[in-house]
Design a protein. Structure first.
Length: 239
């Protein structure tokens, strides 16, 4: 076990992670940098991991933030990050199954929810690895799309926002599930690993509403140059 402390690009936050547990990566960094919050909006971060998304936003916008994470080891890392960055007055980590979210957060009480959910179906996923922490974070063993829709819809106020990062190969499945829970997709930003490559990730903004009209596609974001360095576009996005 090796604990690391890293500065998150685009934020004045030092994040603790562990080499033997699931580690947040570029997809969470991108989502955190895309989101804008208003003063005093209430934020909940689902599937928080070690807290990158929720704590970056709590630090930048100084909003009341609740992070929900199933894994005890990741929740402990998030608590260390809260303490180290003096965020106790803004952020709280709760180690719990997401199914129990309404035991800790009020119904129809939240302005914004963020989530980097598991990408792979448990029954159709690639071969599970040796790391239980990675498997839980990446595969739908405890958290799937219908549960995401159910919990997000229950927690959000009317017209509240849900922000996600997700793989494109399940985009339409995700959209259909969210629509069922009155969380239509309103904005997307497609992520390309290289120039001329196909997009493989998408940043998503949903609104809790029964209105179907209105959809915006942001200009795509290319992450790396052909020689593997961060693109100017990515550096500007995370500045």
């Amino acid at each position: 076990m090796t604990k690391t402390k890293e500065r998150v690009p685009g934020f004045d936050l030092d994040l603790f992670q562990d080499t033997e547990l699931f580690r947040s990566s570029i997809d969470s960094v991108l989502l955190a940098n895309w989101i804008q919050l208003k003063p005093q909006q209430k934020l909940v971060d689902l599937c928080s991991g070690s807290g990158l998304i929720g704590l970056c936003l709590a630090q930048k916008f100084q909003v009341p933030t609740v992070l929900l994470e199933l894994q005890a080891g990741l929740a402990q890392l998030a608590q260390e990050t809260i303490t180290y960055n003096h965020l106790e007055s803004h952020a709280k980590i709760i180690q719990t199954d997401i199914k129990q979210a309404l035991h800790y957060v009020g119904h129809d009480s939240i302005d914004v929810i963020t989530c980097n959910p598991p990408y792979f179906k448990a029954q159709h996923s690639p071969i599970l690895g040796k790391s239980l922490s990675q498997n839980i974070a990446r595969h739908e063993l405890y958290f799937d799309l219908p549960l995401l829709g159910q919990i997000a819809s229950a927690l959000l106020k009317d017209n509240g926002l849900l922000y996600l990062v997700y793989r494109l190969d399940r985009f339409f499945e995700l959209a259909q599930v969210l629509q069922t829970y009155h969380l239509p997709i309103k904005e997307t930003l497609f992520i390309y690993p290289h120039q001329n490559a196909s997009a493989n990730l998408v940043l998503i903004k949903c609104r809790k509403t029964r209105r179907q009209s209105g959809y915006k596609v942001w200009p795509g974001l290319v992450l790396y140059t052909e020689d593997g360095h961060y693109s100017k576009q990515l550096r500007a996005f995370c500045s």
